[in-house]
Design a protein. Sequence first.
Length: 222
Amino acid sequence: MDYPALLAVLQQHADPERATPMQAYMKHRFAYLGIGKPELARLCRPFFKEAAKQPPDWDFVRRCWDDPHRELQYAALEYLKKMQQYLTPQDIPRLQTLITEKSWWDSSDVLDRIVGGIALHHPEVNAVLLAWSTDDNIWLRRVAIDHQLLRKQHTDTALLEKSICNNLGQKEFFINKAIGWALRDYSKTNPAWVQGFIGRHGHEMAKLSLREAGKYLPPKAV
């Protein structure tokens, strides 16, 4: 992957006026070039066209992550999504580093699917994810809770329940939101299981989690 060339293209399309509200939306945690997601995808597409034909270039990912502009982290995440078929349990430590550096919901919500894709095909990764569910880092815990999103009938309910139960009784917004999302998503596949979970643990769940979890359930179930 040609990082300098990609950086040059993105810098050419920078829009400082647009960058200002983007930075404000993300609570000024990151600098922005001012490139929206659709345009960023268009600019990255030529660079990623041949990417899936060769192993992951982790040096490229690292250089993108080290750049001060958030669009470069988005580019790295899109690249990793393109490379999902090549990712293995040996890549989990690298992904863990990305989760814990420059952390926020926007990167976490992509990395959870990438990690989840590995775990789906390599169940031995579940032990790592269960350990993450009790980690001091809230973003590792969030990924542990939400990495099974969209798995439907392939959801490991035992792991889901343990990961959520390890995070009940907390006031952290991003954790309580993740719990609600995980349950809401699985309720589309197995509402009875989610109703049972709420019946067992609802007294420990935050109102936010209950509200999100019950979005597709009958009102009496929550």
